[in-house]
Design a protein. Structure first.
Length: 278
């Protein structure tokens, strides 16, 4: 199940949801802006950065990482990314803090000793979603986060509850909640058809953006795999990882064109100029 896109959508809809996880959120939490950046040299990707208002010259920048699978180098990478970003932007902020959101303690990095000063010093906040309690008692966006950790037997009931609750809370966009909840259910139940997901949620999701993205994502992967097989069969060799990465970045319509044009290639070398023109 892909969680990064889910939390990206969630924090886009409600940046303040992050601060509902903290015991001492900033006083101007509602004014923070969510962003996602890539830091080059080498390329680092930070799951989320929460920026204080531009008018707040003494504001604190918050770094966020979500983790649902164990990564034994997570803290090394996360702190390197965060420090590099802060180094390049330190004049804009007075301080930094970090929030690491885990599905459970079991997926946290085993060796935390080298990072004890951060982890135990109040600058880094660790959140374990499976320990938040009954999602029906949580703020709605925090409850949506908790939905990602529920079992397949429980998730449908709680998803329907959250959709109904979103329609009863005037300050919450029910459409935004539907979009994120649908993301979770589509990825959690990848084996189900559109009609099955519709019936499960009691709502029609076929026109939602997330459903179309998920279906297109699956179609693109199938197209990339097909192109790789056709090239190997035609020229007797695998394409390089770099070349495959370039192909994976193409939209579905261009992948369709490539699957036809490659039949006219005289050698695998023809692939490079074809990609250079796209």
């Amino acid at each position: 199940m892909k969680r990064d896109p889910i939390f990206y959508k969630l924090f886009q809809q409600s940046p303040s949801a992050l601060f509902q996880l903290l015991k001492t959120p900033p006083s101007n939490a509602d004014a923070y802006r969510f962003d996602c950046v890539a830091v080059k040299e080498p390329k680092f990707e930070i799951d989320g950065i929460f920026l204080p208002p531009a008018t707040d010259k003494s504001g604190i920048v918050y770094f966020c990482e979500t983790r649902f699978e164990k990564d034994e180098m997570l803290y090394e990478k996360f702190f390197a990314e965060s420090h590099l970003y802060f180094y390049r932007n330190c004049k804009k902020f007075s301080d930094w803090q970090a929030v690491v959101i885990y599905s459970s303690k079991s997926v946290e990095q085993s060796n935390v000793y080298p990072h004890r000063s951060y982890l135990n010093g109040g600058q880094v906040h660790r959140v374990y979603l499976d320990e938040l309690g009954d999602i029906r008692k949580l703020p709605i966006w925090v409850a949506v986060m908790g939905l990602t950790t529920l079992s397949e037997t429980v998730a449908p009931t709680e998803a329907r509850y959250l959709l109904e609750r979103s329609r009863q809370e005037p300050e919450v966009s029910s459409g935004a909640v539907l979009e994120v909840v649908t993301s979770i259910m589509v990825y959690k139940f990848e084996q189900l058809s559109r009609e099955d997901i519709d019936a499960m949620l009691g709502a029609t999701i076929k026109e939602t953006q997330v459903y179309q993205e998920a279906r297109e994502e699956g179609q693109e992967l199938q197209a990339v795999n097909l192109i790789a097989r056709l090239l190997k069969k035609r020229f007797g060799q695998e394409i390089s990882e770099e070349m495959r990465a370039r192909i994976e970045s193409l939209p579905l319509s261009t992948l369709d064109s490539l699957s036809e044009d490659l039949l006219d290639f005289s050698s695998l070398a023809d692939l490079q100029p074809w990609l250079d023109t796209r």
